[in-house]
Design a protein around this ligand. Structure first.
Ligand code: 13P
Ligand code: SF4
Length: 398
């Protein structure tokens, strides 16, 4: 099989995979952070734009940005919200690059998706480049397992990788619907059995979400999982290991959620009587194993919102969201799981000055930081996204 040329150096945190165009990058006219009128300017620009703009805010965004979001949600909900707004000419996506790409794919050709800061990427998405994934697929072909394998990519991946899964009969999942997507994919090839069968999944790019979903949610065996390291020949695996595996997990992880530890869970249990531990499924398997609840950001919010006052929670997900939950529910004791973990630095790049700049530019008739996915890539990615949105059972399983 032909292997691609060595990878160009990727800018960590960019979340781009050479398939979506870049707009204006370095805004000289960005308002100063210290401008006391920033809130008023954002309000005025939003009011002037009216229904022409729809602002989506991921749960990990700063409060100052969430305040201006027309809707907030996890990546699954926001993808659906973007697709459901055909009347809005401008979608301002306060989230990270791969989310804005998905919004561009799911919206109409005349709609414009804007990411207020192009440096808002995702280090996990950057851990799988399309050339590496094509090479890995060639390895699976060489090992004679590709025809038994369905690729599934987490939403946190470039449009090019989503397109790859579309081209190879696969789908996309988010942390909300990973169980449904994975059981669908496992049954697509081989003997059609979800567990105990012969079909395989190549799961990209988050090994933890793949493992946690297969073992914890579906009841699969940990031994069915192997980790494919794109920096090693054949992923560092033997042909026998690839043939025996059911879950071929890409060696990627979230640089925020990967830092929560077993020690932190144990310390929380010692310090807070009857504490409930709730974590995102991007956390490592051993952390998820010790948690009381596991779920997407949307599920974390719903679970804590539904809990009675007086209950105690430690939460293993992004700090902006945990702080907001603590402020929103003062009758519950809500703490952050790990003292050594901080904000998602790329999510945090979207701040009020960038939002004001993007909105005021629109008021002046100027589009900045448009996210445009290459039409050919978008067409294949759309197939995979549509497959995800049409998955059997609940459409928004959290
Ligand atoms: P959600 O799918 O829960 O929104 O998570 C997205 C994300 O980036 C988590 O790190
Ligand atoms: Fe990516 Fe992790 Fe940040 Fe989510 S929290 S955007 S997975 S780096």
């Amino acid at each position: 099989m032909t292997r691609s040329a060595p990878l160009p150096l990727l800018v960590l945190g960019s979340g781009r995979d050479l398939h979506s165009e870049r707009g204006v990058e370095c805004p000289g006219e960005l308002p100063a952070l210290s401008d006391p009128d920033l809130v008023a300017r954002a309000r005025a620009a939003k009011a002037a734009l009216g229904d022409a703009v729809f602002i989506l805010g991921h749960h990990y965004q700063r409060d100052e940005v969430i305040e201006f979001a027309d809707t907030t949600g996890d990546s699954f909900k926001l993808a659906r919200e973007a697709a459901a707004r055909p009347q809005a000419p401008y979608i301002v996506f306060c989230g990270v690059h791969f989310m804005a790409e998905s919004a561009d794919i799911l919206t109409g050709p005349e709609q414009i998706v804007i990411l207020p800061d192009l440096a808002a990427g995702c280090s996990m998405a950057d851990m799988a480049a399309i050339s590496q994934v094509e090479d890995a697929w060639a390895d699976l072909q060489d090992a004679g397992v590709a025809e038994m394998t369905v690729p599934v990519t987490y939403m946190n991946s470039s449009a090019a990788i989503k397109g790859f899964t579309g081209r190879h009969g696969g789908t996309i999942c988010t942390s909300s619907n990973a169980k449904t997507a994975l059981s669908w994919a496992l049954a697509q090839r081989g003997d059609g059995q979800v567990l105990g069968g012969t079909g395989k999944v190549l799961f990209l790019p988050d090994q933890h979400l793949g493992r946690n979903t297969y073992v914890r949610d579906l009841g699969g065996a940990l031994e069915d999982c192997v980790v494919f390291d794109p920096h090693r020949p054949m992923g560092g695996l033997s042909v026998e290991e690839l043939r025996a595996a059911r879950m071929i997990l890409w060696r990627g992880h979230c640089s925020v959620h990967g830092r929560f530890t077993v020690d932190a869970v144990e310390a929380a249990r010692r310090a807070i009587p009857e504490v409930n531990v709730i974590v995102h499924p991007e956390c490592r398997y051993e952390v998820v194993e010790l948690a009381d609840y596991v779920g997407s950001t949307e599920k974390i919010i719903k679970t804590i919102a539904a809990a009675p006052d007086g209950t105690s929670w430690v939460v293993g997900t992004e700090l902006n969201l945990v702080r907001r939950l603590a402020a929103q529910f003062p009758g519950k004791r809500i703490a952050f799981l790990e003292k050594n973990v901080c904000y998602c630095s790329t999510m945090n790049r979207i701040d009020l000055p960038h939002l004001v700049w993007a909105l005021e530019s629109l008021v002046e008739g100027r589009v900045v930081n448009q996210i445009r996915v290459d039409p050919d890539v978008a067409a294949h990615a759309r197939v995979a996204l549509d497959r995800m949105l049409a998955l059997p059972g609940e459409t928004h399983k959290d």
